[in-house]
Design a protein around this ligand. Structure first.
Ligand code: 6PG
Length: 477
């Protein structure tokens, strides 16, 4: 514990807040922690040992620990708790102080809060932080947005605390307003998509091939050694190895098949819809979490509605190889959807995002970190304005080389009644995107037929309307 005024204060000493205080202090910066819950404050005091850390269980004492102008970061759940903390802090803050929201706030809330605090002369940053407990302690990926003046104030602290890849910190200023929270939201949307895809491969190998948890552990571990290497693959392999201390069974088999969510994936899909950017694999991931939560309905439907036998015939090793390629292709297509959303959002919301920098700071510390992000970074370095990763020669080629396996897996899943909407949507996205022609002419005709919405012609400029129901001489074919 220290008597010196400290460089930054953290509000909210849950696992993220407490570990971030310790991480910052490990790098020689003074950090103060505040929580209303005295037991959390005591825990921080205990863990801080001789680090430059202060701790308080009331706002006045906490603020008193900080250097002026102050920098205060909130690490509290998104929504009303953020407004409540701001409300409690405000009487103790002065113009020129900096407030940082390090949680998963919805981006429109961040824009609103930044505006309200700017009226009081207080700087505001919306900062996405990814990596969970371990990331907060050892180095997360940090996605800051807001005023450049505010960022300059805490840049050294954030760079020191962030994960490092090849010596580069996984943090950079992303853009004004809610740019940081927007990028974190899409990070989470991609996270949902990748998790759903991996879950579908699990289903195909469990219900399709009848593989044991031990076999699944070995397969995911092997997959994590090459092109699929990444944090989610690594933890998936580890999950299948874990045994349950209560029963001695594998823990995975003792866990309910009902996925929870806090909303960031849904927000990603919602804003993609607002922007008119297709993100079908992220949408499918959200819908499958929603479907998983309808346990009672699924239970009844499983008795009422029949489907084909789920057991897959043939060579299991060949199918596992196909699955590996299908998963990699679908993962590229999921990153492509998220990056395309960022490309569009950057223009719509005036964020001025540098997508190479986004890929760079996602290479370490965050949940979606993976070797593939090196290739994604390279793609944006080649073409900073790239509208879709599929148009990059290397990544486009990587998908093309695996499309036959993705098709085969999707066919198998469909033939055997194993739900795989993530893989299917990724393939549909690929085929839709590469279609020079789509049957949208029929949709135009239908709209004009029932609603006189008009249509455009292939052979003339302008809008046209047809009296579809008026009698017409038959056309000779
Ligand atoms: C991260 C995670 C983190 C959190 C998610 C979980 O990047 O560290 O994404 O932010 O674990 O919010 O989200 P759901 O509860 O919606 O799955």
């Amino acid at each position: 514990m220290t008597k010196q005024k400290l460089d930054i204060g953290i509000v909210g000493l849950g696992v993220m807040g407490r570990n971030l205080v310790l991480n910052i202090a490990d790098h020689g910066f003074g950090a103060a922690g505040y929580d209303k819950d005295k037991s959390k404050v005591d825990l921080l005091r205990e863990e801080a040992e001789d680090r430059p850390v202060g701790a308080a269980d009331n706002v006045a004492d906490f603020i008193d620990l900080l250097k002026t102008p102050r920098a205060v970061m909130m690490l509290v759940p998104a929504g009303p708790p953020v407004d409540s903390v701001i409300h409690d802090l405000l009487p103790h803050l002065q113009a020129g102080d900096l407030v940082i929201d390090g949680g998963n706030s919805h981006f429109p809330d961040t824009d609103l809060r930044a505006k309200t605090l700017a009226e009081k002369g207080i700087l505001y940053l919306g900062v996405g932080i990814s990596g969970g407990e371990e990331g907060a302690r050892r180095g997360p990926s940090i996605m800051p947005g807001g005023t450049t003046e505010g960022y300059a104030r805490v840049r050294d602290i954030l760079e020191a605390a962030a994960a490092k890849v090849d010596g580069e910190p996984c943090v950079t200023y992303l853009g004004p307003g809610s740019a940081g929270h927007y990028v974190k939201m899409v990070h989470n949307g991609i996270e949902y998509g990748l998790m759903q895809l991996i879950a579908e491969t699990y289903d195909l190998m469990k219900r399709g091939l009848g593989l044991t948890d031990e076999e699944l552990h070995s397969i995911y571990r092997l997959w994590n050694e090459a092109e699929l290497a990444g944090y989610l693959m690594e933890i998936t392999a580890a999950i299948f190895e874990r045994s349950d201390e209560r029963t001695g069974n594998r823990l995975i088999d003792m866990i309910e098949d009902e996925a929870k969510q806090k909303g960031t994936g849904m927000w990603t899909s919602q804003d993609a819809m607002n922007l008119g950017v297709p993100t079908p694999t992220i949408d499918a991931a959200v819908l499958m979490r929603n479907l998983s939560a309808r346990e009672d309905e699924r239970h009844s439907a499983s008795h009422a509605l029949a489907g084909p036998s789920m057991g897959l015939p043939g060579n299991h090793a060949d199918f596992v190889d196909q699955l590996r390629n299908a998963l990699f292709a679908a993962m590229i297509l999921t990153y492509a959807q998220g990056m395309a959303q960022l490309h569009e959002a950057s223009q719509e919301h005036d964020y001025g995002l540098d997508l190479e920098a986004v890929a760079r700071i996602w290479r370490g510390g965050c949940i979606i970190r993976a070797d593939l992000l090196e290739d994604i970074r390279a793609a944006f370095r080649r073409d900073p304005g790239l509208a879709n990763l599929m148009l990059d020669p290397d990544l486009g080629q990587a998908v093309q080389q695996r499309q036959a396996d993705l098709r085969a897996v999707v066919c198998t899943a469909s033939e055997h009644g194993i739900p795989a909407p993530g893989l299917m949507s990724a393939l549909g996205y690929y085929d839709g995107y590469r279609s020079d022609w789509l049957p949208a002419n029929l949709i135009q005709a239908q709209r004009d037929y029932f609603g006189a919405h008009s249509y455009e012609r292939v052979d003339a400029q302008g809008s046209f309307h047809t009296q579809w129901q008026s009698p017409q001489e038959p056309i000779d074919d």
